[in-house]
Ligand binder design. Structure first.
Ligand SMILES: [Zn+2]
Length: 261
């Protein structure tokens, strides 16, 4: 699924079109619009506006239109969403997504200066929204600090994995980035967030930032050191321990039973 690393690659691809003007907006799938009661016509206001800049908060891609940031379009990519520009996506295949690539899955298409910008989403769990409220998102994961994470974890009894996946608390991390972060930090994903020591909070925050940086350079959320350990026959290549598996925070979770405690 697209995590912040993949969405950042989408943002970089879209950013190339800054300065171009929107010629048309086509949203063939009205169920893709948020909020659900929003009429499709609101997107007509984009026609004639210039793409001024792009930004990202967690997994939310933001396209800013007009000279005074008149309109902001938020794009969410769910489990299987990709951004294609003139038929090309920076991400060819997503983990857990079908290898098929069907234009019938194009849920929103913008013509920006003659370039076709399409949100292609097989499972349709993504969405497009005009002027999204970013205050509902937690702190940006790529710059997560120990003090911010400490404030988030205080008195929270749910598992640290569930806290890191909760986009209203920490924005941008998905299943693979969280498992890699906790494997690197040596923390059992089932541990209660509020029970982590200050030293452990420091380690998790530092590893979250380092994991995003390292895996961004490698090209995707699936390039972590622990990715190949996601099966029961695997032997941890840090400590030779065996791997454990369970559902934690609602997601399929792998961790080393020996060095993650
Ligand atoms: Zn280990």
């Amino acid at each position: 699924m697209p995590e912040l690393i993949e969405v950042e690659q989408y943002r970089e691809a879209l950013d190339v079109l800054c300065g171009e003007t929107v010629m048309s907006v086509d949203i063939p799938d009205s169920a893709f619009v948020r909020p659900r009661e929003a009429p499709l016509e609101v997107f007509d206001a984009l026609v004639g506006r210039t793409l001024a800049s792009t930004s990202r908060h967690g997994k939310l891609l933001l396209a800013h239109f007009g000279t005074k940031d008149d309109y902001v379009v938020g794009m969410r990519f769910g489990m299987t969403g990709r951004l294609l520009i003139d038929g090309v996506s920076p991400i060819e295949t997503l983990e857990y997504a079908s290898g098929r690539n069907d234009p019938a899955w194009d849920r929103a298409i913008l013509d920006v200066g003659g370039h076709r910008v399409a949100m292609r989403d097989q499972r349709r769990l993504g969405s497009i929204e005009l002027d999204p409220d970013t205050r509902q998102l937690g702190v940006e994961a790529s710059t997560l600090t120990a003090s911010a994470l400490s404030g988030i974890c205080t008195r929270r009894t749910k598992a640290i994995k569930a806290v890191l996946l909760d986009q209203a608390l920490v924005a941008g991390l998905g299943n693979l980035l969280v498992d890699e972060t906790l494997w690197q930090a040596g923390i059992d994903p089932r541990r209660s967030a509020g029970a982590l020591s200050g030293h452990e909070i420091d380690a998790v925050a530092a590893q979250a930032v380092a994991t995003v940086r390292t895996l961004s350079a490698r090209g995707g959320s699936h390039t972590g050191d622990s990715f190949e350990l996601r099966h029961l026959d695997a032997t941890c290549h840090r400590c030779a321990g065996s791997m454990s598996h369970d559902t934690v925070g609602g997601r399929s979770t792998w961790w080393c039973a020996t060095h993650q405690s």
